[in-house]
Each structure stands twice: as C-alpha cells, then as structure tokens.
Design a protein around this ligand. Sequence first.
Ligand SMILES: NC(=O)c1ccc[n+]([C@@H]2O[C@H](COP(=O)([O-])OP(=O)(O)OC[C@H]3O[C@@H](n4cnc5c(N)ncnc54)[C@H](OP(=O)(O)O)[C@@H]3O)[C@@H](O)[C@H]2O)c1
Length: 317
Amino acid sequence: MKQLTFRNGDKLDILGLGTWKSKPGEVYDAIRSAIKIGYRHFDCAFIYMNEKEIGHAFADAFAAGDVKREDVWITSKLWNNSHKKEDVLPAMKKTLSDLQLDYLDLYLVHWPHVFKKDFMGATKAEETWSTAEVPHIETWREMEAAVDAGLAKHIGVCNFNKHKLKALSEQASIIPEMNQVELHPMLHQNDLLEFCKENGVHVTAYSPLGSPDRSAGMKASDEPNLFEHPVIKELARKHNCTEAQIMIAWAMQRGTAVIPKSVNPERQLQNFLSTEINLSEDDMQLMASADTGYRYVKGQFWAFEGTEYSVDWLWNR
Ligand SMILES: NC(=O)c1ccc[n+]([C@@H]2O[C@H](COP(=O)([O-])OP(=O)(O)OC[C@H]3O[C@@H](n4cnc5c(N)ncnc54)[C@H](OP(=O)(O)O)[C@@H]3O)[C@@H](O)[C@H]2O)c1
C-alpha cells in the first residue's frame, strides 16, 4: 500500500475507510471487517454520530489482537459549533472518550463555518458566529495545543479553499498537515491540489464515489451517477475491474489519500483491491476529460442570508 509521509516521518496508508452514514448497528461490524481485510486508516467525525460504536469496535479489535493501536491511523473532526477557544479541547476529549482512545492520529477542523455552541445544525444567521468574531486562528491555536498535549499527532482542516488555507498557514505555528476535500473524476480541483503540494499540505479525497447514499434531501434532482459515467465505465472495461475500483485507483494515482465509505465487507474488499490497479498516462488523460467541476456536497446548506457564509465564500474566497 502506498503511504503519505508526514513532516515528522509518520506514515499514513493512502487508502482508508470512510464512516459518514455508517449507521449505529452496522458500523461496529464494518470496522471489524475492514480491519480483517487490512484497512489501517479510518476516517471518523463527531457529527457522524457513530463514534461510540466505532470506539467499541476498535477496543474489541485491539483486545482480540486483530491489530495494535499503533498500527492504525484514526482521524476525527471538530464540529462547527465547537470553534471557540474554550470549546475545542472539550470537543476533542469527547471524541477521544467515545472512540476509547488516548490520542488521535489526525484531528481536522470539519468546516470553515462557525456555529454557536447550542446549534449543532445552524439554520439561520443568528445561530452562527462570523469569522471576525471567532477567527479560524482562534480555533487553530487550540488545535495546536492538542498536539502539544499529545492528544493529536497531526492536525489539519477540511473544506478549506486555498485562500483560507493560506491565511491560516500564515498565522499558524503548525501549518495544517492535511486538507480533506471532495475529489472524484468529475471534480479534480487541480489548482487546490497544486497549492497544497507547493505548501506541503497532504490532501484526502472525500466522497470519491460520488456519495450515492446521501439522503434525498441532500441530493440535487439532476445529480450525475459516477458509476454510469462513460469514461469510468470504459476504464473499468479496459482494466477488467469495477467502476469503484477505477475511481479509487485514480485518486491514489494522483497522490491523494482516499476514504471510500462502505459497510459491506465484499465492497470493502473490492475497494481495498484497488491498490492493485495501475492507470496509465493515457488513462489519466482520459479521466481529465471527465472533470466538469461538479460538487455533490455543495455547501449551500449553510449559506444563510446576513452571514458571510455564501457558497462563493466557501469554495472561492
Ligand atoms: N470532511 C468532510 O466534510 C467530508 C464530507 C463527506 C465525506 N467525508 C468522508 O469521506 C467518506 C467517503 O465519502 P461518502 O461517504 O460521502 O461517499 P462515497 O465513499 O463516495 O460513497 C459511499 C457510497 O458508495 C457505496 N459503495 C462503496 N463501495 C462501493 C463499491 N465498490 N461499489 C458500489 N458502491 C459502493 C456505499 O455503499 P455501502 O456502504 O452499502 O457499500 C455508499 O453508498 C465519508 O464516509 C467520510 O468519512 C468527509
């Protein structure tokens, strides 16, 4: 398995398991089976509401000797309502307690939006703070404190465009080590990838299969299905593999970590075996033709009137 190397030499398996929408009642088995298949990189978040069950699965896997704590990489994320300086470390400690861990390998700021403490899912301007009131650097100083305290080995962000990443990096003592963003064959984000590469920030591709299991309310009515995309189908035929394997192999070939979610052991194995597929230069060029800049996770849900949090602010400013 290809790995990404961090500034202190720590290594991360480039393929991991996503856990958003992995329901309580199914995520325990999903974690245990993924570990047995060979996954060593797991992507979690407080807001996925399943960290307790994931914690049980890890505790049992460690106790059964399936894997050692130091041989797995566990990422989690700080939710939007815990950006104020007094809220960051308590939020992180809650995640650590739910996951039954002493430390996280990577802790990420989930979104650049800031919600007031009582509003996990803000619905209007009054339920948010502006970034003038709670600047990203205020949150980041606490993320840095988590590293100093040994609670996180590495820290980073999600859904940060290059302007926000640059602004934060200029003030940071620890430059973000990871930016986790949506990437798949219809959304290449070459410019952001280039920026991250130049600045030593690793990138993780989320929703690499187009996130087909999101609820209907989160989906656009004309949403494209990546599994039906002619370029992806053509490459799957050529390599005698599945469409999912092409999408995952493509992400790895670009040097990004990739975290497809599956609770199904057969699909977990299928996805894991993508590491054996090598796409040629011609294949990569053909894939370039699929990039239309299409986002599945659009960020319009927090574009409240009377706030700075427009979709344009999120992705472009
Ligand atoms: N930082 C962020 O803001 C952010 C946002 C979105 C996602 N993420 C992370 O990225 C992870 C992945 O993204 P995602 O969950 O949005 O979507 P995804 O990984 O693109 O797609 C997951 C869906 O694909 C199905 N699937 C998995 N493997 C398959 C295969 N080989 N063939 C056919 N279908 C397959 C899964 O079904 P089964 O489970 O039934 O197999 C599930 O319905 C998340 O789980 C989360 O950890 C982070």
